[in-house]
Design a protein around this ligand. Structure first.
Ligand code: PEP
Ligand code: MN
Length: 337
C-alpha cells in the first residue's frame, strides 16, 4: 500500500501517523522523503487496513493499494488450484469439467427424480434444484421449501447424485444437513452475515456473482467465507446486468480466466441465468468449456413450458444430453491443444 502524505506536514505529525500504522497493523513502513511531500510504502499484510480510514487521516493526501485486499482466496498465497472433492469422489476443479444439472425449482417427487435420472445418464455428476427460491415478486412461486429439500434427498438416494441447492436464510440451515453443496444466490452474494455463518461449516459453498458486482467484490465475498475457516468455495459467473436487453443478463465470459488468474478457487459458469433463453445455453456452455471453466450449472426441466420457474431458459433432458456430449468433446479437444 502506498500512502502519499500532504505537502509540508510537521515531522511530529508524520511520526505520529507512522507510529499509529505500525502499532495498529502488522506492517513495516518505508519512507521516501521528497522536497515537499513524503511517500510511505507499507509492506506486509495490508488486508486488514481500510483504505478509506487511511484516506480520512488529516496528514494523508492519497492512498493506493498495490496488493489485493483478499488473502485466502488469492492465488499469490496459494498457487495450486483448489479442488473440491465430495465424500462420493465427485470433484469440481480437478481438471475435468463438472456438470451440475437439474430444474430451477423442485416441483414434485416425480419431476425431480425423473430429471435426476436423466441428467445422470447424460453425465451430470451433481443435481441442482431450488427449494427456497429468490423471486422478484412475492406473489410468484417461492419454492417447496422443506418439502423440496426432502424430495432432493429422495432423488439423491435414488441416483447417488450429490445435491446443490440455494440457502436464503441461515435460519434454514438445520434443513440443509443432507445438502452436499450449499448455493449462495446472486442476490445474497453480499449478505455478509450469511457468508460468515456458512464460513463456519465444513461443506462446499457455491457462491454466485451478484447481479451488479465486480470480480473483486465476488472474491471479497469468498474471503468472508474463507476467513471463517471454510476454504471450500466454488465461484460462479452467472451473468451481470448491463445495458443489453436482448438477454436476461450478460455472460461475462472473461470473468473465468480473470478469476482463475487471481484466485485458486474453481470457477464454474451458469449459462441458464446468464442468458435466460434456452437456445443460448449450448453456445454459452461451449464458450465456457473452451475458456477453461471448471464446470457448468444448467437448468434442465422435463416440461419447460409448464415449469413453475425459469421455463424459458430451461432445456429438456434430451437437449442436455446433446449439450453434454458436445461440450465434453470440445473440452477434450481444447485440453489437448
Ligand atoms: C438459481 O440458480 O436458481 C438462481 C436463482 O440463480 P441466481 O442466484 O444466479 O439468480
Ligand atoms: Mn432459475
Amino acid at each position: 500500500m502506498i500512502i502519499v502524505l500532504k505537502p509540508n506536514q510537521s515531522q511530529e505529525k508524520v511520526d505520529g501517523f507512522m507510529k499509529k500504522l505500525t502499532s495498529s497493523y502488522d506492517v513495516q513502513v518505508n519512507t521516501w522523503v521528497g522536497a515537499h511531500s513524503t511517500v510511505l510504502g507499507l509492506i506486509g499484510d495490508t488486508t486488514a487496513i481500510d483504505d478509506e480510514y487511511i484516506a480520512a487521516q488529516d496528514v494523508v493526501d492519497s492512498v493506493r493499494r498495490v496488493q489485493e485486499p483478499y488473502k485466502k482466496a488469492n492465488r499469490k498465497f496459494h498457487p495450486e488450484d483448489t479442488v473440491i472433492t465430495l465424500p462420493g469422489g465427485q470433484q469440481i476443479g480437478g481438471g475435468a469439467l463438472a456438470f451440475i444439472a437439474g430444474p430451477c425449482s423442485v416441483e414434485s417427487e416425480e419431476q425431480i427424480c425423473g430429471i435426476a435420472e436423466r441428467v445422470k445418464a447424460s453425465g451430470a455428476q451433481f443435481l441442482r434444484g431450488g427449494a427456497f427460491k429468490p423471486r422478484t415478486s412475492p406473489y410468484a412461486f417461492q419454492g417447496m421449501k422443506a418439502e423440496g429439500l426432502e424430495l432432493l434427498s429422495k432423488a439423491k438416494k435414488k441416483t447417488g447424485l450429490p445435491i446443490v441447492t440455494e440457502i436464503m436464510s441461515i435460519d434454514h440451515l438445520p434443513l440443509f444437513d443432507d445438502v452436499d453443496i450449499i448455493q449462495v444466490g446472486a442476490r445474497n452474494m453480499q449478505n455478509f452475515e450469511l457468508l460468515k455463518q456458512l464460513g463456519k461449516l465444513r461443506k462446499p459453498i457455491l457462491l454466485k456473482r451478484g447481479l451488479a458486482n465486480t470480480m473483486e467484490e465476488l472474491l471479497m465475498s469468498a474471503e468472508y467465507i474463507m476467513a471463517e475457516g471454510n476454504e471450500q468455495v466454488i465461484l460462479c459467473e452467472r451473468g451481470i446486468r448491463t445495458y443489453e436487453t436482448m438477454t436476461r443478463n450478460t455472460l461475462d465470459i472473461s470473468a473465468v480466466p480473470v478469476l482463475k488468474r487471481l484466485s485458486h478457487l474453481p470457477v464454474i459458469v451458469d449459462p441458464s441465468h446468464a442468458s435466460g433463453i434456452n437456445w443460448l445455453i449450448e453456445p454459452l456452455a461451449l464458450s465456457a468449456a473452451a475458456i477453461g471453466a471448471d464446470g457448468l450449472i444448467i437448468e434442465v426441466h422435463n416440461d419447460p413450458s409448464h415449469a413453475l420457474c425459469d421455463g424459458a431458459q430451461s432445456i429438456t433432458p434430451d437437449q442436455f444430453d446433446a449439450l453434454a456430449s458436445k461440450v465434453g468433446r470440445l473440452w477434450d479437444t481444447v485440453r489437448a491443444l
